[in-house]
Design a protein around this ligand. Structure first.
Ligand code: HEM
Length: 300
């Protein structure tokens, strides 16, 4: 087992050791382990897209304010306890030094690396925010967005078309609930019950797990076939009509975004390089941070 004491605040180049220590302690190494820490990455996306990098997504709701994490689109954000454990270990080592926003950015990087993806240098020194509003999640891109809505949503945050395509590759791992892709498999439009861009047998398998009046809240689908490996399978499947969200399929609707999808489907190396660059860019979107929280769920 790796001792967390090997880490010294920002002198450590990676938090992998700490994450491994914490998760080893919890459940033992398993595919679930990779899955749990990777699902942290979605929080990095959500928190960058709402308040900027200030870890507002980690704050609990209060009696006066429903927090972002309790907003409707955030049903997938379930791995907060891992961040809590990492924060607790870091507070023992160097209290008040490492912000929750930096932990989130580092955890996202390490989750990707641990599941076989690229690694990158995370710029540090973010501060944690004191405000988290569920209503802010309305600004998030929706899985039903078309390409112009996606482009607008990304460009408002200084992110380009290239960032959009590379970051959508984040769907190489993880899970979606039926509600997020229901629009594609039932009552798609006036003439089609099912989105015709979906590969028929794939659509049939999605309809099987998510029937029209699905009552199973936890039902859904993995986002790509290699669910615990960070790879370029997402792009290959996308080209085969096997993507989960309309927003994924939308990447094929302009020549420039489609060309990028084809490029990453052909070259995992190019995808990894582009993903790392875009993650650095996304995690540098400035937030409204003011403090280093003692506990990630509460303001000081
Ligand atoms: C392009 C705009 C994006 C849209 C519209 C979008 C939408 C979604 C939706 C609807 C879900 C499923 C939620 C659920 O039903 O449980 C999801 C899951 C996920 N997304 Fe995205 N996403 C986008 C971009 C990103 C980015 C940039 C990343 C990270 C770099 C990312 C990483 C993930 C991960 C890891 C999951 C799975 C989470 C889990 O298994 O719990 N997404 N996304």
């Amino acid at each position: 087992m790796i001792e967390p004491f090997q880490l010294r605040c920002f002198e450590c180049t990676s938090m992998i050791a700490l994450l491994e220590y914490v998760i080893n302690d919890l459940a033992g190494i398993s595919e679930m382990y990779i899955y749990i820490i990777w699902s942290l990455c979605i929080s990095c996306f959500f928190f960058h897209m709402t308040q900027g990098c200030d870890a507002s997504v980690l704050l609990n709701s209060t009696s006066k304010q429903q927090a972002e994490k309790d907003g409707p689109p955030n049903i997938s954000l379930h791995a907060f306890y891992v961040i809590d454990l990492v924060k607790a270990e870091l507070e023992k080592l160097c209290p008040g030094v490492v912000s929750c926003a930096d932990i989130l950015a580092l955890a996202a990087r390490d989750a990707v690396a641990l599941s076989g993806g690229p690694s990158w240098n995370v710029p540090k020194g973010r501060k944690d925010g004191r405000i988290s509003k569920a209503l802010d999640t309305k600004q998030l891109p929706a899985p039903t967005f078309n390409i112009s809505q996606l482009q607008q949503s990304f460009s408002q945050r200084g992110l380009s078309n290239a960032d959009l395509v590379a970051l959508s590759g984040g769907h190489t791992l993880g899970f979606s609930h039926c509600s997020s892709f229901q629009n594609r498999i039932h009552h798609f439009d006036k003439t089609h019950d099912v989105d015709p861009s979906l590969q028929p047998s794939f659509a049939a398998s999605l309809r099987k797990v998510c029937p029209a009046h699905n009552k199973v809240r936890s039902a859904g689908s993995i986002l790509d076939s290699t669910v615990t490996t960070f790879d370029n399978a997402y792009y290959k499947l996308l080209l085969m009509g096997k993507s989960i969200f309309s927003s994924d399929q939308a990447l094929l609707t302009t020549p420039s975004t489609k060309a990028l999808v084809a490029k990453y489907a052909n070259s995992q190396e190019e995808f990894f390089q582009a993903f790392a660059i875009s993650m650095i860019k996304m995690s540098s979107i400035s937030g409204n941070g003011q403090e280093v929280r003692h506990h990630c769920r509460f303001v000081n």
